[in-house]
Design a protein around this ligand. Structure first.
Ligand code: ATP
Length: 768
């Protein structure tokens, strides 16, 4: 039957009893004096203190002390019985006798063993509800060999450490199941017969070995016997009759064999005494080497282990043995300090054990599954992490694409007045000379424009000039189909806009419609699905709002196939129309931004004189200009922040360009104004007429105070006269690229070529 231990520890000290035997015949014959007296149940006194030079008697106290007249039953009943009977309750226990040779150990242990076993059997008989099994084994340790007293072949037994309990050893002695008390007596007789006994000077039948008789008792509830839920209590009680310590002189009669036996006995008892002494000191006793002898190895569970233990120390009262008696009492004094932890041993049946193991297996499998499940979760989490990282990357890419689209859209809005941007760009990039420059006719001089074209299919393919003459009012024609906007072409400047006699003049250049081969190559026939933009009474677009609304309607009706440009144009147009609500605020902002962004003085003057917020078109120009300036300011600011050295080349170059422009304008002062006019202007701007560099001072003063409306108006007046800017009105506004009903445009109506270039013209306004 397999075992599984469950226990409730109960700490207690070793029970120590002292039994003083009476003087034996030899001692009486030798007139031995008795120096020891049990003065009460627990104290024994050494009376002959005179020998020690002291009148104070020495006393020793123990759990119980017994005098020479005390029968063994009383020793048993008073102390050891209770411990011995622990075995039927599942607690291991041991009772052993310690004392010098001939002190009465065997006499005492034989009686205690028989009484204990008798009581055990009585207990069994009294507890019929439980089924008991009692087994007996007996060994002796003789000259450090272990002999099985129930086996007559004389072979020695080997001590083996218990793999489960570190201090427990096995010696696999013969076990006899006791049938009854008589069977016990029979077996004890065998053991007695087998034990090594020799004659010594002090004891005719001196025990020359340590004898250990072990009674193992198992019990379980009778009704549950063999059932799964049955549990068994199993424990053993050991009756240990030690060999007696002796002096060599006391074993003379036995010869060399007795001497050798005595050496082994004394050595093992010395080891036992050392263990007890250390155990009595607790943790301060240091390392306890139970392996010094086989006796201590076997007794280890009884000494500081999980058994209940009682030691009966036997004494000889004879004065001649006083030293050995004192040694015994010293041993007993240490032993009474030793503590053990009694434990109940519950043994499970095979079926119960199997069931418990199955439960344990199920529990472990569950744990294993949970662990595996946790592993799966971890793997899943890792996969999801990777997925999340991928998605985050995609989100980031999409965000970048969105931002790029936004920036392009903004650039499209801000750059829609391409003429203005070009004006500033030219002012910044051109290397100005002292003399007034003239615009080059060479297409490679930077006057090329990147134009995004809108191709228009139109059924008619008539002569451009005829179309202009016959149908001047039909701007876009009744049937216009938008195809693609992606074609990019470079259009050289071929005509000089009004006021081209100064540098930085805004310019929108229409291509030579009649000779441009690229136009005719992209023409197609009129087709179905065309949409029309509503025209005014004269065939033109009635208003800017109407025009943008028309574009948006076309976009809506074409759904996903519609031109992106038309969609953007419609949206932007409405946005631009929305900015005309606060003209004065925008005007002030524009004046300050001109100064901040070092915008050309000519441009400022043009814009100031041309756009006054009088109509929708002016509102659009003002809105676009404001957006453009804000974009420039933002760009300068960012570039400035990115530059460690402070000003960037863009901001710096704009300032230089403005400086060059002022220098150039200063050279026109003498040409454009008479002496009288100059005197008046100098005076107006607070400049002395006698100053050597008065012309340069004047141009430096122009447009220098955007918050002073008078100053602004006078600056615009001076600059406009310096550059001969006298022509104002519709044509001049077209030069800023946002004229929606230009004459030339109107003349292109119903012409395939003309309509294409009409859209080309519009695209200039909204291109990136
Ligand atoms: N309490 C006692 N009352 C009467 N006689 C006793 C008592 N104790 C021991 N004797 C007797 O003393 C003698 C020696 O006893 P015992 O053999 O038990 O001593 P021992 O300690 O076992 O000696 P050893 O160590 O040599 O074996 C025996 O004849 C025994 O009958």
């Amino acid at each position: 039957m397999e075992k599984a231990h469950m226990s409730v520890d109960r700490e207690e000290k070793i029970l120590v009893l002292v039994r003083l035997r009476p003087l034996n015949k030899k001692e009486i014959a030798a007139n031995e004096a008795t120096d020891w007296e049990c003065i009460n149940d627990t104290t024994i006194m050494y009376r002959n203190t005179l020998r020690q030079g002291s009148n104070i008697p020495t006393t020793y106290s123990f759990d119980r002390v017994y005098g020479g007249e005390c029968p063994t039953r009383r020793v048993y009943e008073d102390g050891t019985k209770e411990i011995a009977l622990s075995v039927v309750k599942g607690i291991n226990c041991s009772i052993f006798a310690y004392g010098q040779t001939s002190s009465g150990k065997t006499y005492t242990m034989t009686g205690i063993t028989e009484l204990a076993v008798a009581d055990i059997f009585d207990y069994i008989f009294q507890h019929e509800e439980r089924a008991f099994s009692v087994k007996l084994s007996a060994i002796e340790i003789y000259n450090e060999t272990i002999r099985d007293l129930l086996n007559s072949d004389g072979t020695s037994l080997r001590l083996r450490d218990d793999p489960e309990v570190h201090f427990k050893v096995h010696f696999f002695a013969t076990e006899e199941t006791l049938r009854d008390y008589n069977h016990l007596k029979e077996l004890l007789s065998i053991c007695q017969a087998q034990r090594k006994i020799g004659e010594t000077w002090l004891n005719e039948r001196s025990s020359r070995s340590h004898q250990i008789i072990k009674l193992t008792v198992e019990s379980c509830v009778r009704e549950l016997l063999g059932k799964e839920n049955s549990t068994t209590l199993m424990a053993s009680v050991s009756f240990i009759d030690l060999a007696g310590s002796e002096r060599a002189s006391q074993t003379m009669s036995g010869g060399g064999a007795r001497l050798k036996e005595g050496c082994h006995i004394n050595r093992s008892l010395l080891a036992l005494g050392t263990v007890i002494r250390k155990l009595s000191k607790g943790r301060q006793g240091g390392h306890i080497n139970f392996r010094d002898s086989k006796l201590t190895r076997i007794l280890q569970p009884c000494l500081g282990g999980t058994a209940r233990t009682a030691i009966v120390c036997t004494l000889s009262p004879a004065r001649s043995h006083v030293e050995l008696t004192k040694n015994t009492l010293s041993f007993a004094s240490c032993a009474k300090e030793v503590t053990t932890k009694a434990r109940v041993n519950v043994v499970m049946s095979d079926k119960a054990l199997l069931k418990q193991l199955q439960c344990e297996l199920t529990r472990l499998q569950t744990e294993l599954r949970n662990a595996a499940s946790n592993c799966d979760c971890a793997a899943t989490a890792r996969k999801k992490d990777v997925l999340i990282q991928k998605m985050e990357k995609q989100i980031e890419e999409l965000r970048k694409e969105r931002d790029l689209a936004h920036s392009r859209l903004e650039a499209s809005k801000d750059g829609s007045v391409s003429g203005m941007v070009d004006l500033d760009r030219r002012g910044q990039d051109d290397d100005l000379n002292e003399d007034l420059p003239t615009r080059s006719e060479d297409p490679s001089d930077g006057y090329y424009r990147e134009v995004q074209c809108i191709e228009i299919e139109e059924s008619a393919n008539s002569n451009l000039k005829e179309e202009r003459a016959e149908k001047p009012s039909n701007v876009l024609g009744q049937n216009v189909k938008l195809r693609r906007l992606n074609h990019i072409e470079t259009v050289p400047s071929t005509s000089s806009p009004p006021g081209a006699d100064f540098l930085g003049r805004p310019e929108i250049v229409l291509p030579d419609l009649e000779n441009d081969s690229s136009i005719s190559s992209s023409c197609g026939s009129s087709s179905t699905g065309v949409q029309s933009i509503p025209l005014g009474e004269e065939g033109g677009i009635t208003s800017v709002r109407t025009f943008f609304n028309g574009l948006q309607e076309m976009a809506d009706l074409h759904g996903g196939q519609v031109s992106n440009a038309a969609e953007v144009a419609g949206t932007m147009g409405r946005e631009l129309l929305g900015v005309d609500g606060d003209f004065e605020r925008q005007r002030k902002e524009i004046l300050e931004l001109w100064q901040t962004c070092n915008v050309s003085l000519v441009h400022r003057t043009y814009f100031y004189l041309l756009f006054k917020g009088d109509d929708e078109a002016d509102s659009i120009y003002i809105g676009v200009e404001l957006r453009r300036l804000l974009f420039m300011k933002d760009r300068f600011s960012k570039e400035h922040q990115a530059s460690e050295g402070g000003e960037t080349s863009t901001l710096s170059s704009s300032r230089k360009a403005l400086h060059r422009e002022r220098k150039m304008l200063s050279k026109l002062v003498s040409k454009r104004f008479s002496e009288e006019e100059r005197t008046r202007i100098y005076h107006k701007f607070g400049i002395s007429v006698n100053t050597k560099r008065r012309r340069l001072q004047l141009v430096n003063e122009l447009w220098s105070n955007p918050k002073d409306r008078t100053h602004v108006a006078e600056s615009a007046d001076v600059v406009s006269k310096l550059v001969s800017f006298t022509e104002q009105g519709r044509v001049m506004k077209e030069m800023f690229g946002l004229a929606f009903t230009p004459p030339s445009f109107l003349q292109l109506r119903n012409s395939k070529v003309g309509e294409k270039h009409a859209f080309t013209f519009l695209t200039i306004c909204f291109r990136h």
